[in-house]
Design a protein around this ligand. Structure first.
Ligand SMILES: [Zn+2]
Length: 373
């Protein structure tokens, strides 16, 4: 993880680099930002920069012995503490899952707490930083620095530490060992002890700006810039959410064609076309059909709103927007809620195992009458 691997956050990166260059690195820092904004990646890139033997103007060099080790998250002076899940009654600490941590982080860079717990335990339980961790932290801090300039302790989600552990951490922060830097990476600083907060220098990590998130997604995931932009806008600066949005739009591919075919056939009242549409839609699985009704509901609402909305607030892909631009004229306050109501009725009938062909045909005929009004 380098600074350059992190989407956006230019002012934060510059701030961190400036601290190193000016030699005023505080011994306890709190990286505070919401899910998916890149706080953990920034902490790792900062740790790299702090211990790099030939740091460049804007990033670690990548080739010195320190950088090579941090690239594998295996630097002897850079330690990680993160929530884990207790198995049985034996002490449970981060080191038990360090191999999983390394591969998960190196593969994903951005992830939520839920995704991490899913990875280590199938997501049945939420993890914690247990009191068992405190003696391990103390032992690691008492070791002499192996090779790094700084001994760095990165604690991901310190708000998941129980009170005993948090109080022990506070003691350490009150009397920090020399050349040690704590990087607390929190999504919920309000969940930390006030006494811990007051011991740390806080660095706020804002949501990722849409342009940077768009570029990051389209270069990582082989999707068009237009698709990446829609996913980014809807994610509001959260990389993890943007990836979920991209997956969802892949799952929904085909819905757009199905929706436009339904609207065209019902608007023009061509029974033969409506029957063809039912033939195409009826074989979908029930779950898929329910997702289609959700999609169609969203498209109808967007079409209605299109009549009033500022163009930059439209959350549609370019082909969807192209369609909606013309279609919006047929959707108005007299039919929008009734149409959405018909989709909801169809959804409920499919959920109750109604005959798909009958439900779909019935719904389409209702739409015909609603277009007429
Ligand atoms: Zn280096």
């Amino acid at each position: 993880m380098f600074f350059k691997d992190i989407a956006g956050q230019q002012p934060v990166k510059e701030h961190l680099i400036r601290m190193v260059k000016e030699g005023r690195v505080s011994h306890a820092q709190l990286f505070a930002g919401g899910e998916g904004v890149g706080s953990l990646g920034l902490a790792v890139a900062f740790a790299r920069y702090l211990n790099c033997l030939q740091p460049g103007e804007t990033d670690g060099c990548g080739s010195c012995s320190s950088c090579v080790k941090i690239s594998k998250l295996a630097h002897p002076d850079i330690h990680f503490v993160f929530p884990v899940i207790k198995e049985g009654s034996s002490p449970t600490v981060s080191d038990d899952k360090i191999n999983e941590w390394r591969s998960f982080f190196l593969e994903n860079h951005y992830f939520s707490a839920g995704q991490w717990f899913e990875y280590i335990s199938g997501g049945k339980k939420a993890g914690m930083i247990y009191a068992d961790e405190s003696p391990v932290i103390l032992r690691k801090l008492s070791l002499k620095n192996f090779e790094g300039r700084y001994k760095i302790m990165i604690i991901w989600l310190p708000e998941r530490m129980n009170d005993t552990g948090a109080n022990k951490l506070l003691k350490i922060l009150e009397e920090p060992p020399q050349n040690t830097v704590f990087l607390l990476v929190s999504e919920n600083p309000g969940g930390l002890l006030a006494t811990i907060l007051s011991r740390t220098q806080q660095i706020s990590i804002p949501p990722i700006d849409t342009d940077s998130l768009t570029i990051a997604l389209s270069s990582r995931f082989n999707v068009s810039e237009a698709e990446a932009r829609v996913a980014s806008r809807l994610a509001r600066g959260n990389y993890v959410q943007a990836v979920v949005n991209l997956d969802m739009s892949k799952d929904n591919s085909g819905f757009f064609d199905l929706f436009t075919a339904l609207m065209r056939s019902t608007y023009s009242r061509k029974i033969f076309e409506i029957v063809k549409w039912v033939d195409a839609a009826a074989p979908l699985s029930r779950d898929k059909m329910k997702s289609f009704f959700d999609y169609a509901t969203g498209m109808l609402r967007e079409s209605y709103m299109y009549n009033f909305r500022q163009p930059e607030l439209v959350y549609l892909t370019p082909p969807e927007e192209e369609f909606v631009k013309k279609f919006a004229a047929f959707i108005n306050e007299n039919n929008i809620e009734k149409m959405v109501g018909e989709l909801q009725v169809a959804y409920a009938h499919i959920e109750q195992n109604g005959n798909a062909r009958i439900v779909l045909f019935d719904m389409a005929i209702k739409l015909v009458t609603l277009f007429k009004s």
